[in-house]
Every structure is written in structure tokens, then in C-alpha cells.
Design a protein around this ligand. Structure first.
Ligand SMILES: [Zn+2]
Length: 451
């Protein structure tokens, strides 16, 4: 448990180093506005993730090396050269003084790469579409899931999951081909657009999908207040003694903010935003839980509330902090999914299987799919910020897909939201009635280290 806390406390807010390019896609004569990948290239260029050349061209057809792609991914995921500490990497062919060593180290540390074979990274080899796709899938925490998909090629699982998540839209090359700059930009851009990184670690500069203009007023910025050393040691002390099978206080997190950073997905047809749906479900859940005698702490008390909305990461950390300072016994985060029009159903996430979080996730998943009829996508694990950094049992529910009409009939209606809320409350009750888990303490600490 102590280790989990340390993780939370030492979490570094990623800075973001902008390349001094100043050359925007609008200026690239070889990327006209009707270029298939124009949006991707112009967005990533503006963010400083990928740059043009000295002669003001972008060279969309040019292939890039595996190291160059690592650099691109590292910048996307918040790599900061001023604060990043090099790790040992197991690749004999990456020299100590190689220009891209830090990027490779960063991506290795994040679990995005594991090399070609024992000890070989092949830094100067061209990156293929499949390799780039694999890294994007791993970046959103779906690497393990991809490995479980059966397929002919090593990359079958990655490609099929990536397609599901919309990462391959407007990508014109095949998996085995060396990827062109236009296509790697598109894959990374799609990954950001998909919102799959939303709950994960990423650079602060990414607020794609963030619909500041939905509200015709400037969002009021709120920042996170850091916990004091006294608060932290009190948290550590209280949680060290907790019996997590006994529930009194429940943190209910209505996913995302109403204004500013950490805004969720949107369905224009229904004219509804994720943060509205998540709050409506959360508030209904609060009523049920309170009626059962539980104490509920809400991250957003009103629908229009925003928490530490000056950055997405601050917003997520503030939710984790609130759970800790309220000494919550359970953490329940409510979200809606988005899947490029092809995804459907409900899924519940925990950080790892085998513990209290997974126990709660399984109950919630069963109850929601049973009562709403939403397709049962099962319990899954992922590195979502809030489930990874909370000490208490915690889950994140992707209740349904906002870009699926069937799912929206549940998500966007009072009746559907009520069913989901009631199902979650029932699951909490059942959880509370169960016997404590028999957990070998030593074993649990090992798991923490792996994570
Ligand atoms: Zn969400």
C-alpha cells in the first residue's frame, strides 16, 4: 500500500517541450488543405510533436526511423528533456551517446516498445505501419488486450484493436509497409482524437476534442491545491489500517469537467456532452447510495462544476486527492466511451485483477449489462490515471458508447441513466456484504512493483 501512495505523491506533472519550428502545416507547399492528412499534420505541427524541414516542406511521403517515431510518441506523451531521467534499456545496438537514446528509454519505460528480438532495437530501421500502430495501442493501455486477440501475424491484435478505436482512419498504407510521415502523423492524431489517452498520462498541450467553444464564455480556470506533508502522512496512516471490504464512504467521480481542460466526448446529434451524462448518472448514484446509508463524496457536486480545470492532469490528480483526503473506501469513476462509430456496450476498468477493485468491477459490470441490456464488454485492466493512483479499491466505468445510437438510447435518457445508477449502487451493496479477500501481503507488494 505504501508503494501505491508513493506513486501518487511523486507523480510528476509532465511539462511539454515545444519544438522551435514555427512552421505550420498551412505553410507547407507539399501539404495543401485538401491533403487527406492535412488536419493531422497541421495539428501535430502546431503542437510541436512533428516538425517541417528547413526548406519549409513537410515531405509527407518520407519514411521515418524507429527512433524518430519514438521521439514523436515521447513528445506526444509528455516527455520533457529537462526533467526526464534516463533508464537502463536492454538494447545493445543503442549507443550510450545516441541522439535518440532518451526517447527510446522513455518509450521503453512506458511499455511502448520491447525491441525486435533479444537485445536488439534496430534504431535506424524504418518504422512500419504495424510497429507504429502497436506503440499507439500500447500508449492507451491496450497492449495486453491486443496480445489476447488471435491472428495470423504478430500485429493482428494491435491492428484490429487500433481499427476499433479509430486509429487507422485516413491511414493509407498497409501494416507491413514502411510508414510515411503523413501516416504516422495520422495514427498519432487519431489516437489523440479518440480520447483514449484522456484518463492516461499525456502532455498538457493536448486538449483536442476540447470544446471550449461549446460554451460562449471563457472557462473559469481553477487550479489544484497540493496536499501538505501533514495531510499526506495522515492519509498514509489511515489507509494502512483500512479494511477495504467494509464500505462507509464512497467517492463518486462524474468523469470530466464542464469547462476548461479535461472535457469529455460529445454527440452533436443528441446535443449532449459526456460530462453531462456522467454527472447525471453520478448524481442518481449518489441518491441511491445515500438512501442505503453510505456517505458519498462527489468530485463534481453540480453538473456545471469543474475541478482543477487548468490542465487535464491536474483535474485527474485533484479527483485522486479528494478520494484520499475524504478517506474514501471506494472510488467509482463514471465515463462514456467513443469508438469511431463501431464500438458498443459497457466495460468496467480496474488497474489490476485479483484484488478488491476487480471484485467491485465484476459486480458493477454484471449489474449494468444485465439491467440495461447494454452489450457486456467485460472487466478490463488499464493504466487509467485515477484507477492507477488511488489507494482504495477503484474502478472506471465506460458505461456505453456516445457514438453508438443504441447505447445513446440508454446514456442520454433519464430512464437509462437511472438503470445504470441503480445497477452500480446494487453492486456496491453486494460488494459490502462480501467477506474480506484473503490477500497475501507479500504477494500484493510484488504486484505493485510490476505495475
Ligand atoms: Zn471519459
Amino acid at each position: 500500500m505504501k508503494k501505491t501512495l508513493v506513486w501518487t505523491l511523486t507523480f510528476i506533472i509532465f511539462g511539454f517541450s515545444v519544438l522551435t519550428s514555427g512552421v505550420f502545416a498551412a505553410d507547407f507547399p507539399d501539404v495543401p488543405q485538401n491533403h487527406l492528412n492535412y488536419d493531422a499534420i497541421s495539428s501535430l505541427t502546431e503542437k510541436g510533436v512533428i516538425a517541417g524541414y528547413e526548406d519549409f516542406t513537410f515531405r509527407p511521403e518520407r519514411e521515418i526511423t524507429r527512433t524518430e517515431f519514438c521521439a514523436l510518441m515521447a513528445r506526444t506523451l509528455g516527455y520533457d528533456k529537462d526533467t526526464y531521467v534516463l533508464k537502463d534499456i536492454p538494447f545493445g545496438d543503442v549507443a550510450e551517446d545516441y541522439w535518440g537514446r532518451a526517447y527510446i528509454s522513455f518509450c521503453f519505460e512506458k511499455g511502448l516498445i520491447n525491441g525486435m528480438e533479444e537485445g536488439v532495437f534496430a534504431p535506424a530501421d524504418k518504422v512500419t505501419v504495424a510497429q507504429a500502430t502497436k506503440m499507439a495501442v500500447c500508449a492507451v493501455g491496450k497492449g495486453d488486450e491486443a496480445l489476447r486477440v488471435n491472428g495470423e501475424k504478430w500485429y493482428s491484435g494491435y491492428m484490429s484493436l487500433a481499427a476499433d478505436m479509430g486509429f487507422l482512419a485516413s491511414v493509407t498504407q498497409k501494416a507491413d509497409e514502411n510508414a510515411a510521415r503523413s501516416n504516422v502523423a495520422q495514427i498519432v492524431y487519431n489516437m489523440l482524437l479518440s480520447g483514449s489517452l484522456g484518463e492516461n498520462e499525456k502532455g498538457d498541450s493536448f486538449d483536442e476534442n476540447k470544446k471550449d467553444d461549446v460554451l460562449d464564455e471563457t472557462p473559469e480556470e481553477t487550479t489544484r491545491e497540493e496536499l501538505s506533508d501533514e495531510e499526506l502522512s495522515e492519509i498514509e496512516r489511515v489507509f494502512a489500517e483500512k479494511d477495504f471490504s467494509d464500505v462507509k464512504v464512497i467517492l463518486v467521480d462524474a468523469g470530466h469537467n464542464y469547462q476548461g481542460k479535461d472535457i469529455g466526448a460529445e454527440n452533436l446529434d443528441y446535443d449532449i456532452r459526456e460530462e453531462e451524462i456522467t454527472w447525471r448518472i453520478a448524481d442518481k448514484l449518489r441518491k441511491h447510495l445515500e438512501a442505503m446509508g453510505y456517505q458519498v463524496v462527489m468530485t463534481r457536486k453540480k453538473m456545471t462544476d469543474s475541478i482543477a480545470n487548468s490542465s487535464a492532469l491536474d483535474s485527474l490528480q485533484a479527483r485522486v486527492d479528494l478520494a484520499h483526503t475524504s478517506f474514501a473506501d471506494l472510488f467509482i469513476s463514471i465515463h462514456c466511451n467513443i469508438g469511431n462509430g463501431v464500438g458498443t456496450g459497457t466495460e468496467t476498468y480496474c488497474f489490476q485483477l485479483g484484488g478488491y477493485s476487480a471484485r467491485l468491477a465484476a459486480l458493477v459490470q454484471d449489474k449494468i449489462s444485465e439491467s440495461t441490456g447494454l452489450y457486456d464488454r467485460g472487466v478490463k485492466t488499464a493504466n487509467f490515471f485515477v484507477t492507477k493512483n488511488t489507494i482504495m479499491p477503484s474502478i472506471l466505468i465506460e458505461t456505453g458508447f456516445m457514438d453508438n445510437d443504441n447505447d445513446m438510447k440508454i446514456l442520454a435518457t433519464e430512464d437509462g441513466q437511472e438503470k445504470i445508477a441503480e445497477a452500480i449502487a446494487d453492486a456496491v451493496w453486494d460488494y459490502d456484504m462480501m467477506e474480506p479477500l484473503q490477500i497475501d501481503v507479500a504477494e500484493e507488494e510484488d504486484n505493485d512493483e510490476e505495475a
